[in-house]
Design a protein. Structure first.
Length: 496
């Protein structure tokens, strides 16, 4: 071990380093917190915000060398301190002080040491409701299909299987169908004897293909082909551009520049803007499957390097909020990019529910690099006022950040949320093969097991979703015996 970390340092030296570290983190964190303090009106977030500020201050430092030294002495390596930054540093400092023969050694009280864990559990319950199953800390949320409006038996089956929450996607259907879904859920609650949370997810400014044109004898696009993203729906003759698509979000072509990457349908088709002209943007395809991909209407478009200049809350969202504010327990906020976006939604909620708008929960969908960079300010702006959680929208994030960085960034986002005692929703294609086809893959099961570190897991709609809830319920109960967040739980192993 000495070869790996260099010369082993004495406890007195490490104590000096930890003391300086603790002092610096406390001072820098306090400055960060004081800038946030005027906007924090929710008392339960005060302690969380201060710990969050300390964590941000701590993670601006490279502590890898110190970690290795502490491990040799059997001390905490600081690798699981997200929810209790100063308390963890105090505990390490106290142990080093005792080892160095300095008295008195000071340790944080157990109640204070685990306060962050209790706050996270409390915030999760305020947002997502109590758990349906003993021994399972992670909630299960299910996206409802349109048919759920007329299939109350499905809603009852989900409730009996153990789902704590349902998601209604406001990008689909209308208030009449949403109302029938809500009524069905409330009836299911009576049958199972517990309340379920209803998340209504605002559609947001989702950029999708509109009309698509291609030669009648060739529908698949291959690498090297060119797709014309037409300006304002003004198609040109196919002789000039065999593959053409209109964008459902106005003004996008005007924002594109040569060299900008473009992805279609969750990255299944990708390319680079070669040129922008009066006709539109010419996109050279650089990513496609061996057989090529079909370009269809209503496929998602992603522009990771382009500032589209769109607002998170659209006119359609504002209209939908008239219903959502009166029926939902939680509002799902798509395409949120900044603290200003959060405040826009809060003002709209206050207009519709002036006396208790801050009782409505908000879940911010983090789906772009800009949102990732602004995650601390998004967390503080929202959690300072109302129950709040973060949804890691892994589908869009994989396209926007690149598949190589997704795993890294979802970990970092979970660390930040744990430090702020903010619950996380693990979303996108969990147990997808089981939900859609009736049989999970090995990758599905591994991903679902990893989701146990979040506070909620969201399943998509599909014909086998009730079976998926049952399987996920059993898996999460088993995983809870082995791990809490990043911390392994060393129960006795019985397989050997």
């Amino acid at each position: 071990m000495q070869d790996a970390i260099g010369e082993l340092r004495r406890p007195e030296e490490l104590l000096d380093e930890v003391t300086v570290l603790r002092s610096g983190v406390a001072e820098e964190g306090r400055r960060i917190f004081e800038a946030w303090r005027p906007g924090i009106v929710r008392r339960s977030f005060q302690v969380s915000a201060l710990n969050f500020a300390h964590y941000l201050a701590l993670r601006r430092r490279d502590l890898r060398g110190l970690q290795s030294q502490l491990m040799v002495y059997g001390l905490s390596s600081l690798g699981r301190l997200e929810g209790r930054v100063l308390a963890n540093l105090d505990a390490v400092g106290g142990a080093l002080r005792a080892m160095a023969g300095e008295a008195p050694a000071h340790y944080p009280r157990p109640h204070a040491f685990f306060r962050g864990q209790r706050l996270l559990a409390s915030h999760a319950e305020a947002l997502l409701g109590p758990q349906a199953r003993p021994g399972r800390d992670v909630r299960i949320m299910v996206t409802l299909p349109s048919e759920a409006a007329d299939e109350p038996h499905l809603l009852l089956a989900l409730a009996r299987a153990g789902a704590e929450a349902v998601r209604i996607n406001c990008a689909h259907d209308d208030a009449e169908r949403w109302e029938r879904m809500v009524a069905g859920i409330r009836h299911a609650e009576v049958a199972v004897g517990r309340r379920m949370r209803i998340l209504m997810d605002l559609g947001g400014p989702k950029c999708r293909t509109a009309e698509v044109r291609h030669p009648p004898d060739r529908g698949r696009i291959a690498e090297g082909d060119v797709v014309l993203l037409v300006r304002d729906g003004a198609f040109v003759p196919l002789e000039q551009a065999p593959f053409q698509a209109a964008c459902g979000l106005p003004g996008v072509v005007d924002r594109l520049r040569s060299g900008d990457p473009v992805f279609v349908d969750d990255g299944k088709l990708g390319g680079v803007v070669e040129a922008v002209s009066a006709e539109g943007a010419r996109i050279r395809v650089t990513r496609a499957t061996a057989k090529g991909r079909k370009l269809k209407p209503d496929q998602g478009l992603n522009f990771p390097a382009t500032d589209l200049g769109v607002v998170a809350l659209t006119d359609r969202d504002r209209a939908d909020l008239d219903f959502v504010a009166g029926h939902a327990d939680v509002v799902g906020y798509s395409f949120v990019q900044s603290a200003d976006d959060v405040r826009v939604l809060q003002r709209e909620l206050a207009v519709r529910r002036p006396n208790d708008w801050n009782r409505i929960g908000v879940i911010a969908k983090i789906e772009t690099p800009h949102a990732v960079r602004n995650l601390p300010e998004i967390i503080v702006a929202a959690a300072s006022c109302q129950p709040f959680g973060v949804m890691i929208a892994r589908g869009d994030l994989a396209v926007e950040l690149g598949f190589e960085r997704l795993a890294e960034m979802q970990e970092e986002m979970m660390w930040l949320c744990e430090a702020a005692h903010v619950p996380v929703v693990w979303a996108t294609q969990v147990l997808e093969s089981l939900v859609k086809k009736g049989l999970p893959t090995r990758g599905d099961m591994t991903d679902a097991a990893m989701s146990a570190r979040a506070e909620c897991v969201m399943l998509n709609k599909g014909p086998n979703v009730v079976e998926a809830v049952n399987m996920l319920d059993r898996l999460l109960v088993r995983m809870a015996e082995h791990q809490t967040k990043k911390t392994p739980r060393l129960r006795a192993l019985t397989s050997w």
